[in-house]
Write a protein that binds this ligand. Structure first.
Ligand SMILES: [Zn+2]
Length: 59
């Protein structure tokens, strides 16, 4: 394995564009640097955090 096939994708916070690290919050298949960015993402995408639907079942 030379790591040529699997390019490690650097995930970014979709809200502020920060490169994700271990401290980031994983949700909706995205990474968020903070609760406030997560909230903004939810607002922008009109996600209502009712009961654990991460958008995968009704997206
Ligand atoms: Zn952010």
């Amino acid at each position: 394995m030379f790591g040529l096939f699997k390019k490690k994708e650097q995930k970014k916070d979709p809200v502020c564009g920060m490169i994700a690290n271990d401290g980031f919050i994983s949700k909706y298949g995205e990474k968020f640097c903070s609760e406030s960015c997560l909230k903004k993402y939810e607002e922008d995408n009109q996600i209502t955090d009712d009961k654990g639907c991460g958008g995968s079942c009704c997206g």
